[in-house]
Design a protein around this ligand. Structure first.
Ligand SMILES: Nc1nc2c(ncn2[C@@H]2O[C@H](COP(=O)(O)OP(=O)(O)O)[C@@H](O)[C@H]2O)c(=O)[nH]1
Ligand SMILES: [Mg+2]
Length: 222
């Protein structure tokens, strides 16, 4: 018997991750999706594109990961679209506009409703437009930062402040999602200083396991 048969090449496995983007109108959901997938920030382009679903494939170790990112119309009348964005999602990104604290308040209701459709998804809390926020009154910045930390704690959700227009923390959001879903260690340092673009993820969002995301892309490192 010939024992020298070379091993067959391992077929590349593809893992699919559906991600829902949820939050009030104008917080920057579509912009974030378009920036992550197409690396463009251009309001006109985003509007012309007129999409609410984009996909992107990335390679991690020996696995391909296919992201399906679903955007939700933010107006109240789109609440009936919520199941579309939340059902089957492995992660749900709750977005609020750092310059409009009322959009953070809305997260409570968005979170309650989305959890009703999907209890398994890893939640993330993302504050947008950090580029504008950083020029606001420092006292207000401090209040909003602390308030969003309280929300993140209550939701057990990683907290990320980002700027899509200035490419701050955009990639990190999706790295955190992978790290949480596949139990990988992330090297990025946390940012906890008030006034800085917060990045708090280590002890948040780790208590859930998305049922079908459990098979680990083989020893992938990041
Ligand atoms: N300054 C700034 N403006 C942003 C940022 N992200 C989005 N916007 C603007 O906010 C507005 C709403 O964005 P859009 O993505 O349409 O929000 P959506 O309704 O949540 O999908 C648009 O004018 C965007 O150009 C950002 O990071 N910084
Ligand atoms: Mg939109």
């Amino acid at each position: 018997m010939d024992t020298n048969i070379p091993p067959l090449p391992h077929p590349k496995s593809t893992f699919t991750i559906k991600i829902g983007l949820i939050g009030d109108a104008q917080v920057g959901k579509t912009s974030l999706m378009v920036k992550y997938v197409e690396n463009v920030f251009d309001e006109e382009y985003t509007q012309t594109l007129g999409v609410n679903c984009l996909s992107k494939k990335i390679t991690l170790g020996s696995a391909d990961i296919m992201f399906y990112i679903m955007d939700l119309g933010g107006q109240r009348e789109f609440i009936n679209m919520l199941p579309l964005a939340s059902e089957g999602a492995k992660a749900i990104i709750f977005l609020f506009d750092l310059t409009r604290p009322e959009t953070l308040k809305s997260i409570k209701e968005w979170h309650r409703q989305a959890t009703g459709f999907n209890e398994q998804a890893v939640p993330l809390l993302v504050g947008t437009k950090y580029d504008l926020f950083v020029n606001m009154d420092p006292e207000l910045q401090s209040q909003i930062s602390r308030q969003s930390m309280r929300y993140a704690q209550a939701m057990d959700a990683p907290l990320i402040f980002c700027s899509t227009s200035h490419s701050i923390n955009v990639q990190k959001i999706f790295k955190i999602i992978i790290a949480k879903l596949y139990n990988l260690t992330m090297r990025a340092s946390e940012i906890k200083q008030i006034g800085d673009p917060l990045l708090i993820y280590k002890y948040l969002g780790g208590t859930r396991r998305s049922a079908s995301a459990s098979s680990d892309p083989s020893n992938a490192s990041n």
